[in-house]
Design a protein. Structure first.
Ligand code: NAD
Length: 355
């Protein structure tokens, strides 16, 4: 057997339908008594509902999380937790909310408890992002890793069809790229395949019946596994492209991932044969040539927009993103250059099949 290195991250994970009702007990077990619930403005009401359950353990709801964690928003939140003697931040929401809790933890080292309500996976990683003067930078720090994560599939029931589908495909992208990561290992690859299978079977059910709790449970399970993949191994060109699409053109994160994945996978189809053969099996197709296409067809069946131009990428977008990606080289199992990336992005811009 080859040599591998895999460092598992120390997180307490609770999983199950209705599990968030146990949040108060879980917080007390951890020794947290002055907990601040963080949400986006849109999820403030959900925050107050949770605050009622937490009773005296909750010090309030802070509904100011926004996309991409602007530094000013992070600094205000840091002031707030210091002024109010908070001993734990409870992030109730998606990657944006967890992102604000991480920015607070980065400066204060306050512990995070995360209750994710999308499938984005940030709760399982030491990665944080901050935006200053329209420039998003990311870094890694163990202090931003949540101490506890509570997955409660019931909380996903309010996600729209579009967000459910795109966020689920965002999770799938973590699992797919983990399979051909530079530091891939057999344990994480097992989780990646299991994640892909769970998401691939759950998402088509969810888009037809948003409140199907067993499909929601399967999708949360897939997202949990995908989050572990993202937190455990490096990603490749797909994540780099999506970072540039979001950073340079402010494209919606989950949708950009969902659309681009088919093209990134097709580009890599002959690069890491072992990984691609596992994808062939997981997607039930007969050759590596078909893996990108089957992801494209899955998006189609989920009602996801197929073209980057339809989610806000301007005409000059493909060339600009290709340039940004080439400016700071990133690992990918297949070498790439400006022309190849521009070609890939032009197809994604138009939403053409990736073959
Ligand atoms: P998001 O957190 O921005 O949420 C999208 C919208 O959906 C928000 O308005 C939110 O309030 C709403 N929402 C969330 N859950 C809901 C629910 N259950 N019901 C109704 N509405 C709900 O979107 P996201 O895709 O989860 O996160 C994207 C951000 O997370 C990006 O900035 C991305 O860079 C970051 N991210 C970071 C990591 C990491 O490891 N650091 C990983 C993945 C994503």
């Amino acid at each position: 057997m080859q040599h591998f290195h895999y460092k598992a991250l120390p997180i307490d994970v609770h999983f199950g339908v209705g599990k968030s009702a146990k949040a108060k007990d879980i917080l007390l077990q951890q020794g947290y008594h002055k907990v601040l619930i963080i949400t986006t403005p849109g999820q403030e009401e959900a925050g107050h509902k949770l605050a009622k359950q937490l009773q005296e353990v909750c010090a309030g709801v802070y509904p100011h999380a926004v996309m991409h964690v602007p530094v000013e928003v992070a600094n205000k939140a840091v002031e707030f937790v210091k002024d109010n003697d908070i001993d734990c931040c409870l992030a109730l929401g998606g990657g944006s909310t967890i992102g604000l809790a991480k920015a607070i933890a980065l400066q204060t080292q306050l512990p995070i408890v995360a209750i994710p309500t999308t499938y984005a996976g940030s709760e399982m990683t030491t990665i944080y992002g901050l935006t200053e003067n329209n420039l998003k930078t990311t870094g890694k720090d163990i202090h931003v890793l949540p101490k506890v994560v509570i997955y409660d599939p019931e909380l996903n029931l309010t996600l729209s069809v579009q967000t459910s589908a795109c966020s689920g495909m965002n999770a799938m992208a973590h699992a797919v790229e983990a399979l051909y990561a530079e530091d891939k290992n057999p344990i994480v690859s097992l989780m990646a395949i299991e994640s892909i299978k769970a998401l691939k079977s759950a998402l088509p059910v969810i888009v037809k019946e948003l409140t199907n709790i067993s499909a929601r449970q399967k999708a949360s399970y897939g997202a949990w596994l995908a989050g572990v993949c993202l937190g455990s191994v490096g990603m490749a060109i797909h994540h780099k492209i999506c970072h540039a699409l979001g950073g340079t053109f402010n494209l919606p994160h989950a949708q950009a991932h969902a659309i681009t994945l088919a093209y990134s996978v097709h580009y890599n189809r002959n690069a890491d044969i072992e990984a691609m053969d596992r994808l062939v099996e997981a997607f039930g197709v007969s050759s590596r040539e078909e893996v990108g296409l089957v992801i494209y067809r899955l998006n189609q069946s989920l009602g996801i927009d197929l073209a980057l131009k339809d989610i806000g990428l301007p005409k000059e977008g493909p060339a600009e993103v290709a340039r940004v990606v080439c400016d700071s080289p990133y690992y990918n199992p297949r070498e790439y250059n400006y022309d190849e990336l521009e070609k890939l992005l032009n197809k994604a811009y138009l939403g053409l099949p990736p073959i």
